[in-house]
Design a protein around this ligand. Sequence first.
Ligand SMILES: [Zn+2]
Ligand SMILES: [Zn+2]
Length: 166
Amino acid sequence: MVIKLDKVLGLEDGEHEFNFETDAAGIGLDVKDFEGRPVFENPIMTDVLMTKTSHVYHIKIKSEAEIRSPCDRCLEEVNRSLESSLELVYTDLKNRAEWGDDGEGIRLIDVQRNDIILDKDVADMLLLDLPSKVLCREDCKGLCVQCGTNLNEETCEHQEAHFEEQ
Ligand SMILES: [Zn+2]
Ligand SMILES: [Zn+2]
């Protein structure tokens, strides 16, 4: 499965919309949690809006994914959606001098293949926006380090003893 804008050189000036439904592994998004289960749930929905002006192709990407991973404190599974966006600029002009003043960051379209493949950009974008900390709720009490009781649901003898000491 590929997120590919096909025959871009033949497109007329103006706005063009593309929609993709892909699975995470298909675009190289192979992230696993510490239990070895995939973090990204399928499908990943991606909307692409390309605005073509002569030789410049302005691309706005927006993806929505569902992610799941264990809470950092209590290990309960947490599901949430992740929305990510990115803008890219491509050109079909090989000669950099023709790009004008703001050629910085502009990518070159492979005119032989006549397409733009966005798999890696979408995968990198989602990876970058993946939360580094996952909590089921702000005040998650976590697990008792001694017996493993989920302290959001009940207290255990260790916690009570701990409280009495204070
Ligand atoms: Zn939790
Ligand atoms: Zn305990």
